[in-house]
Ligand binder design. Structure first.
Ligand code: P5A
Ligand code: ZN
Length: 477
């Protein structure tokens, strides 16, 4: 599919690098003839599957998976006023069945609140039914008018994981928001992507929510990418959809709700945070291929070496790891290049001398070489993968730390926002946020920051001098 020709642009030219890596590493094909819609290559899809398997594993602890229809009738969709205002410009409508005009237009879900909650209203009877915690992984459609980008801003989001929960009280829903934040943290930790949670300003919250907590990742060019959100919906939707339950005393009570979502942006962040000038760098847990064996074949003992490689492959496979032998008739260098581009965490080289010495040579994706005794191959390889994951995490979190700067002036903030995120004191007002945004050409992402690197301390607003708290400010995707 992708040709191994020409050089990958350097990662410092991030935007070019990003566009090229997608096809060279066979993640997405962007040639589909509809704007904002892209095609997963099998290699990309395999990465999607292993990544979403982690998400499923975490959710399945105390959620249940479900599947709702793609189409939402106009009358349900139009019920919640704030929600409609937020989405009306982004909805695709189905108006006809063949040549017959539909009595009621059908929306392609941009998200599924208005598909799910009328059904929740039928299902919910008593306090004993609570909490309800369901999720689905589906495609959703949003007619985005900002610049579309593969995995980042799509018109068909192909991998929208949305969870929708129902609770007896506002506080129960608040606790669920905290649980969801912890769950997303754990997910991003597993895929080695550092994130920062903060509370979005009032004017930036999800349409219909009481408040929104958002996770941002910092991309190599210093711009942030919102890679997940958790919304406290209060009783806004339950009023609209008549979502009530009978409490212990036999009284009818309105329920409280949350919802939270992650899209394939998690994969965009993963590729971007870890990739380098040679291509992808993937955490072993989700790499479609964890180990590539490259036999170093000389003419005279080709068969012996190939057999040794095959035997090792079988052993590694039965130990439960994803491995392949590259026995193509190519120079070793060309094979290294090919697998480095695709982010394979570990390469094993076997040559005549290694066989003689009873060893194999392991080279991780950072280029570090380790000689492993042949009889200890399996435990040695497992150790290598484990320490590689640690190195990936360390690299990514050091980089993130570097990209976050606490500043006390607009000038300092401007500088910090060139390479990452500025943390500055902000009073919470729209007026001061507008001034910061206009002067620095940035977005005020939010306050109540959840990060081990940022201390929550009271001070005075950088603009108006009133009491303030730290806020995240950055250029964002
Ligand atoms: C939460 C799940 C919702 O839609 N309803 C159900 C809530 N929230 S959200 O913030 O609007 O979207 C959740 C996350 O999806 C990602 N996202 C996108 N990814 C790619 N292309 C898009 N056009 C797009 N729009 C939203 C963001 O990561 C967002 O946080
Ligand atoms: Zn202020």
């Amino acid at each position: 599919m992708a040709e191994d020709s020409g050089a990958l642009p350097l990662k410092e030219n991030f935007s070019e690098w990003y566009n090229e890596i997608l096809w060279r590493a066979e993640i997405m094909d962007v040639r589909y003839p509809v704007k904002g819609l892209y095609v997963w290559y099998p290699h990309g899809f395999s990465l999607r599957r292993s990544t979403y398997n982690i998400l499923r594993e975490l959710l399945d602890r105390d959620h249940e998976e479900t599947l709702f229809p793609l189409l939402i009738p106009e009358n349900e969709f139009m019920k919640e006023a704030e929600h409609i205002k937020g989405f009306e410009e982004e909805v695709y409508w189905v108006t006809h069945g063949g040549t017959t005009k539909l009595d009621i237009k059908l929306a392609l879900r941009p998200t599924s609140e208005t598909a799910i909650y009328p059904m929740y209203a039928l299902w919910l009877r008593s306090h004993a039914d609570l909490p309800i915690k369901l999720y689905q992984i589906v495609n959703t459609f949003r007619y985005e008018t900002k610049h579309t980008r593969p995995l980042i801003r799509l018109r068909e989001i192909t991998s929208f994981k949305e969870a929708h929960t129902v609770h007896a009280t506002w506080d129960d829903a608040k606790n669920q928001v905290e649980d969801a934040i912890a769950l997303y943290r754990e997910f991003y930790d597993r895929i080695c992507v550092p994130i920062i949670f903060s509370k979005r300003p009032e004017w930036d919250k999800f349409p219909g929510a009481d408040y929104t907590m958002a996770a941002d990742a910092i991309m190599p060019d210093g711009k942030t990418l919102q890679v997940g959100t958790v919304h406290h919906l209060g009783d806004n939707f339950s009023k609209t959809f008549d979502l009530k339950y009978e409490d212990e005393k036999g009284e009818q009570k309105l329920a409280f709700q949350t919802c939270y979502g992650i899209s394939e942006r998690c994969i965009a962040a993963l590729l971007s945070v870890h990739g380098d000038d040679k291509g992808l760098v993937l955490p072993p847990e989700i790499a479609p291929l964890q180990i590539i064996i490259v036999p170093i074949i000389m003419k005279k003992n080709a068969e012996e070496i190939l057999n040794a490689a095959k035997l090792l492959e079988t052993e590694i496979k039965s130990a439960g790891m994803r491995v392949k032998t590259d026995s193509r008739d190519l120079r070793p260098g060309a094979k290294y290049y090919h697998w480095e581009m695709r982010g394979v965490p570990l390469r094993i080289e076997i040559g005549p001398r290694d066989i003689q010495n009873g060893v194999i040579m392991a080279v991780n994706r950072f280029g570090q070489k380790t000689s492993i005794k042949r009889e200890e191959a399996i435990s040695g390889i497992k150790e290598q993968l484990e320490s590689f994951k640690k190195d990936m995490k360390f690299k990514a979190s050091s980089k993130a730390k570097e990209q976050i700067r606490i500043v006390d002036s607009l000038k300092g903030a401007k500088e910090a926002a060139e390479t990452g995120v500025a943390v500055l004191q902000w009073c919470g007002s729209k007026k001061c946020a507008d001034e910061i945004e206009q002067k620095l050409d940035v977005s005020v992402l939010g306050s109540e920051i959840r990060s081990e690197y940022i201390e929550e301390k009271e001070d005075t607003c950088i603009i108006c001098g009133k009491p303030s708290k730290p806020a995240l400010v950055a250029r964002s995707y």
